[in-house]
Design a protein around this ligand. Structure first.
Ligand code: PLP
Length: 448
């Protein structure tokens, strides 16, 4: 069985409990379900079979992780109410739950005071952070590494902010010499540090970036949409650990509960260290207004209507799995990372494969060996297809030759970028499946 429905009776029980809260209302006769619903739902199920098996541990490709069962149930439960977290009168309970969750996430990053809220995605959360950045430093440039999420440059275009990319080192992290040169040119308002790049899970050296603020005056926005929860994990290498440890010194942070926080899509989060940025959303409001319990989330958000269900699902998940270092949630992340390191070691010691960098989180990039870059790209594409036929679902990624040259000195680079294989080992169970994954890769390598 790989779609567990054994917990559905819990939903029914919870619905009865929810209904008790409205028991004093006059009865409404249900309109009755259409007899066609069952038939149509079966059509939906049939259509939905056309998906990669994201829920299965042999799906080890893109950043896709099934929500926790409690998130699914709590989300579904709240659908009978369908609260809107734009305003308190659209969703009183779910707005309160959102504020509690967001405060706990801020607390995870070391902040006891903050301004923040959930958003429909990491992109919208970053849009909001860069909008504030632009308001506070009008006309100043935004810098992010060449491996930063592609939406930063596009968001900057939307906001009419000047954006420039910074070179990365051989491990996909922002290059500090390049950053210093660009800062020396002047007029940099904000540096976007990515803690866990989307492609390779690389962690920008945040401590070094923050230290440059002694010499240059700029804000730091940390985009840790993917990696943020790794702050709780105890099996990071020293560099990544150091970066996550100083997140509290950033000006703003983005993290996606719908990436590693076990949530359905539609759940990003943006946080600001200084609650006074709230005054940018709405003018001439006193500071206290923005930290008050009466605050309407819609008044500190660019979005209007937003799913209260996302907050309900997140609240339930964080009750079950609190954000504690060494707790069950943190151990789940650490297991995925352990799986990535395990697979990395096997690939690294096998001459039929080429590895790039030791994973900093749980994302691994590698390629089948070849004499020329173009052979390697062709083999990666073939492996991707063949692995899928053996039920192992990987992802493909283009990496610039400049990043790969130091790792693969024996390869002849006949093109500017190389297609590699990529795997996000995001599920805790991945640690038990590395043997199976490896046996499939082992066979593929023999066939090439
Ligand atoms: C996924 C990701 C984003 C974009 O977030 P969405 O929720 O997909 O919109 C931004 N930055 C990083 C580092 C990411 O991994």
């Amino acid at each position: 069985m790989n779609l567990d429905s054994s917990n559905l009776p819990l939903l029914d029980e919870a619905l009865r409990k929810l209904e008790q809260g409205f028991a004093d209302l006059p009865d409404v006769t249900p309109e009755g379900d259409s007899p066609r619903m069952g038939e149509i739902l079966l059509q939906v199920a049939a259509r939905m079979q056309d998906n990669f098996p994201y829920q299965h541990p042999l799906y080890a490709g893109q950043m896709i992780k099934p929500p926790h069962a409690i998130a699914r149930l709590a989300y579904a439960l709240s659908m009978w109410i369908n609260p809107n977290n734009h305003a308190l009168d659209g969703g009183r309970a779910s707005s309160a739950m959102e504020k509690e969750c967001v405060a706990l996430i801020a607390h995870m990053f070391g902040w006891h005071e903050h301004l923040g809220h959930l958003s429909s995605s990491g992109t919208i959360a970053n849009l909001e952070a860069l909008w504030i950045a632009g308001q506070l430093r009008p006309g100043a440039r935004i810098l992010g590494s060449h491996q930063a999420h592609y939406t930063h440059s596009r968001i900057s275009q939307v906001l009419k902010l000047d954006y420039a990319g910074v070179a990365v080192d051989e491990r996909g992290r922002m290059d500090m010499d390049a950053l210093e040169r660009q800062l020396a040119d002047g007029n940099v308002g904000t540096v976007v540090a990515t803690l866990g790049t989307t492609g390779t899970g690389s962690v920008d050296p945040l401590a070094a970036i923050l230290a440059l603020r002694n010499k240059h005056d700029f804000r730091v926005h940390v985009d840790t949409a993917y990696g943020g929860y790794f702050r709780l994990v105890d099996n990071l290498d020293a560099d990544a650990r150091r970066a996550f440890a100083c997140i509290d010194q950033a000006d703003s942070i983005v993290v996606d509960p719908h990436k590693h926080g076990l949530q359905p899509y539609g759940c990003g989060c943006v946080l600001f260290r200084d609650p006074r940025v709230g005054s940018i959303y709405k003018h001439d409001s006193p500071y206290t207004y923005f930290s008050s319990d009466e605050l309407h989330l819609g008044e500190i958000s660019l979005e209007c209507s937003r799913a209260g269900a996302s907050a309900v699902a997140l609240w339930a998940t964080m009750r079950l799995l609190p954000l504690e270092p060494g707790g069950e949630f943190a151990r789940g992340l650490a297991r995925g990372r352990g799986a990535a390191l395990d697979l990395f070691r096997r690939l690294e010691s096998d001459p039929r494969y080429l590895t790039v960098m030791r994973p900093e989180l749980d994302i691994l990039v590698w390629a089948p060996a070849g004499a020329r870059a173009s052979d390697i790209s062709a083999r990666s594409a073939k492996h991707f297809e063949q692995a899928a036929r053996a039920h192992l679902h990987l992802a493909l990624m283009e990496l610039p030759a400049s990043l790969l040259k130091t790792h693969w000195p024996q390869v002849e680079f006949d093109c500017d970028s190389v297609t590699c294989l990529r795997s996000c080992l995001m599920k805790p169970e991945h640690d038990e499946w590395v043997d199976t994954i490896w046996s499939i890769l082992d066979k593929l390598a023999d066939q090439q």
